[in-house]
Design a protein around this ligand. Structure first.
Ligand SMILES: Nc1nc2c(c(=O)[nH]1)N[C@H]1C(S)=C(S)[C@@H](COP(=O)(O)O)O[C@H]1N2
Ligand SMILES: [Mo]
Length: 395
């Protein structure tokens, strides 16, 4: 027992605490806004602390193996140990998968972040329970000898079980709150209620008709879940008023209605979608206008070096270098798995840059401008890389 509660226990506890703190902060609203520029560093720190955590788990397993005899009779301690071990292993495994997600490609994909979050919920709430109950029993133990003599034992026992039960209830309530927070969609906005109402509020007539390959989707249907991310309320588009413009340093500026936009030639592609916060969606069959083709039609002037993208929300922008914008898989998508893109996911038209993090994928795209100087977009000006290549995908 001593071997398990000595220095090793302290190290392990402190590291677990740091891991929980950095993980919670990474998920917080604050780090999607004011402190976005720290995200990548904090993420690396979280991973490094995670490696130390794994190290203490390994050492722990050895210590437990040595202390087998002292565990033998103690069902409660066995339960704690096995439970904690399972949580630690799941956390470590999903953490590693997430870190290598892009390199492992489809393998790591769907559900890894979800599993990591669930393990965090169980880990944090059982950790809190463990702290609460053992803090009490430490106090209790120091006076145990005296009280045993004065025969207050049954009182002690009932008080102890009362503490245990309150700690358990506290952990359950805390765990419930944590679950709600970690799994709430649109967690990055104050608009979640409004967004539910406007899940698909676009009124576009006609709908784009899917070409061969789009329906049924050649990718076989996307795998994973989109988390709706928006820094504004979801704007609703109407084909009567919707306009798309291409302007700036081009020979043939363009301003077109929805009908004209649908007359532009479209291509079909299967691509993956990676958000920098760790979730991905795989094998999405998109149909849309290849940006390189559109730029060709517009006749890009020699002075143009960058392409700036505007959103119908009036707030969000992003930009690519001309080179990046001409990558063959950059498109303005209007169909996803053969269906019009719903307004919460950026329809009627959204930008896709599959090899970059999805903050480059401007939703509700309605204007493109060719410019000579770099533009720093919404998230980029809050610290995200301007060259947003997904690690491992850069050509
Ligand atoms: N207009 C607009 N486009 C946006 C965003 C946004 O907040 N507003 N968020 C970006 C980010 S960070 C991501 S991960 C994706 C999310 O796309 P989804 O909401 O369709 O899942 O959209 C990107 N495009
Ligand atoms: Mo994102």
């Amino acid at each position: 027992m001593n071997g398990l509660t000595g220095k090793l226990h302290t190290y392990h506890a402190v590291i677990a605490l740091l891991l929980a703190l950095t993980g919670l902060v990474l998920h917080s609203q604050l780090f999607r806004e004011e402190f976005a520029f720290l995200r990548t560093y904090l993420n690396s720190l979280h991973v490094v602390i995670g490696l130390f955590f794994m190290l203490t788990v390994v050492v722990y397993v050895r210590a437990i193996a040595n202390a087998r005899e002292s565990l033998a009779g103690n069902i409660r301690l066995q339960g704690i140990t096995v439970g904690w071990l399972v949580i630690s292993v799941v956390l470590s495994f999903t953490g590693l998968l997430l870190f290598f997600a892009i390199d492992l490609y489809n393998l790591a994909g769907v559900g890894t972040l979800t599993l990591h979050r669930w393990a965090a919920v169980f880990g944090i709430s059982s950790g809190l329970y463990h702290i609460a109950t053992s803090l009490y029993s430490q106090q209790h133990c120091s006076t145990a000898d005296k009280t045993a003599v004065t025969n207050g034992h049954s009182l002690q026992t009932s008080r102890r079980s009362f503490i245990r039960w309150s700690a358990a209830v506290g952990a359950l309530v805390g765990g419930g709150g944590l679950t709600k927070w970690l799994f709430g969609l649109s967690t990055n906005t104050d608009w979640s209620e409004t967004n539910k109402k406007y899940k698909d509020c676009n009124k576009m007539v006609p709908q784009p008709s899917p070409s061969l390959g789009s329906l049924p989707p050649v990718g076989g249907g996307y795998k994973g879940n989109f988390e709706v991310f928006t820094v504004t309320p979801i704007p609703c588009a109407d084909s009567d008023t919707w306009k798309f413009t291409l302007s700036g340093l081009v020979d043939n500026p363009m301003s077109t209605t929805w009908k004209g936009f649908l007359d532009l030639p479209r291509v079909v592609q299967v691509s993956n979608f990676h958000c920098i916060t760790g979730w991905s969606v795989y094998n999405v069959t998109y149909e849309g206008i290849a940006l390189a083709q559109l730029l060709n039609l517009a006749g890009v002037q020699a002075a143009a070096k960058y392409v700036k993208f505007y959103s119908g929300d009036g707030v969000y922008t992003s930009a690519l270098s001309l080179d990046q914008a001409q990558s063959s898989d950059v498109m303005i998508a209007v169909l996803m798995d053969g269906q019009p893109i719903p307004s919460d996911l950026g329809g009627p038209a959204r930008l896709l840059v599959p090899q970059m993090y999805a903050y480059k994928g401007v939703k509700w795209l309605n204007a493109i401008e060719l410019i000579s100087e770099p533009h720093i977009g919404f998230w980029e000006s809050r610290g995200y890389e301007n060259d947003a290549w997904v690690r491992g995908l850069k050509k």
